[in-house]
Design a protein around this ligand. Structure first.
Ligand SMILES: [Zn+2]
Length: 367
């Protein structure tokens, strides 16, 4: 357990994969042990669950670390996110609670986690699970772009200005007018660029998306979790024009794994891979990664009510998930589906981890 080499082996070869058992024909979709790869996931709302469980002993170790390890996740980005019921008076409080939960997870599990806040941390993973703090929607900052400095010190390295809604800084993609950056938003983008934060354009209105690209020409850009509108039309997915603009800036799209963006009528692994195929065909293999946004476990831990303003089609449950891909533990099923579609070797690794690792290595501060 304490030996880094053994920990690395454990990561590369998930413990719950019984490798000596003969494969069950037709049922066994697990990848062979040699191929069990590293996964980088650019979006998981697990901090909301950890805040909910903050009176429990070691909630990350009990409820999330085994899931991540079983799926082979070597780096997990963990956003702060403020649900409507905490806006706006409680936004800073809730954001700080989530940041505190992030640090407690690292503190509770020092042997099995690494705090990723600089490029050098990517070299120290050593089979442990890297955790990077991000901010989904800048509501915790209220009306003060300068407050981002405090969150930077707490380790936030990636920021999306909005969720679906409008805030002081910009319009999210759920707003009917589709506005872009406000004056305060311009100040925030300037400050983020000066700090060296990575800019996440998930949930941005189209105008916000292009405003941010124009405003911060040197910044590292990504879309942590979304899909392709040409495969499944929802405002949560990206148009071809956005996909091309993202790739021109060297950005990476984290393909999301929820029915809303994959295909509400056919929420299958196969349809998810259709998004991967489409993006790879349009913008190239170097610009596609994973940002699953697994929500079922978090949502149930929080009591399971509807998520307001989530843009779900009528009848879709807030905790709906892709068949055979309910949480990180199921990542081997996604890997197997990619392999069946012909992704292997470097092309497979690029999608599972390599592209985001490259982006983070460029985008994070060096230390
Ligand atoms: Zn989101």
């Amino acid at each position: 357990m304490g030996d880094p080499a053994r920990r690395r082996l454990r990561l590369l070869r998930p413990a719950d994969t019984d490798l000596d058992r003969p494969a069950r024909a037709g049922l066994d979709r697990r990848v062979p042990r040699e191929a069990a790869p590293l996964i980088v996931d650019a979006h998981n709302d697990l901090l909301a669950e950890l805040v909910q469980r903050r009176e429990e002993e070691r909630p990350f170790e009990r409820h999330w670390l085994p899931e991540l390890e079983a799926g082979g996740v070597g780096l997990q980005v963990c956003p702060t996110f403020i649900p409507l019921e905490h806006l706006h008076e409680g936004a800073l409080h809730r954001g700080l609670l989530q940041a505190a939960a992030f640090h407690r997870a690292l503190r509770d599990c020092p042997e099995r986690t690494v705090w990723v806040r600089g490029g050098g941390d990517l070299d120290r993973l050593d089979g442990r699970v890297g955790l990077m703090l991000s901010m989904e929607g800048a509501e915790p900052l209220g009306w003060d772009p300068g407050l981002i400095d405090a969150f930077w010190e707490l380790g936030v390295r990636m920021v999306s200005l909005t969720w679906n809604r409008r805030n002081a800084f910009a319009d999210g993609l759920g707003e009917p007018e589709g506005g872009g950056l406000s004056r305060l938003g311009e100040q925030l983008v300037d400050r983020l660029a000066a700090l060296g934060a990575m800019l996440d354009l998930a949930h941005a209105s189209e105008r916000t998306f292009f405003d941010v690209l124009d405003r911060a020409p040197q910044a590292t850009i990504l879309v942590s979790h979304a899909g392709c509108r040409s495969v499944c039309w929802t405002p949560r997915n990206l148009s071809d024009e956005q996909l091309r603009a993202l790739a021109e800036r060297g950005g990476v799209l984290g393909i999301m794994a929820l029915p809303l963006t994959v295909d509400p009528d056919a929420p299958t692994l196969d349809r998810l891979i259709d998004h991967v195929d489409y993006a790879v065909e349009l913008i190239g293999i170097d610009h596609v990664g994973l940002g699953a946004d697994f929500i079922r476990q978090v949502h149930r831990a929080l009591g399971g009510g509807p998520i307001r303003d989530a843009l779900l089609p009528p009848g879709m449950q807030s905790d709906a998930c892709i068949e055979e891909l309910e949480g990180p533990r199921d990542y081997p099923n996604l890997v197997a589906a990619l392999v069946r579609r012909g992704y292997e070797g470097e092309r497979l690794d690029a999608i599972l981890a390599g592209n985001f690792l490259r982006l983070f290595r460029n985008g994070l501060p060096a230390a």
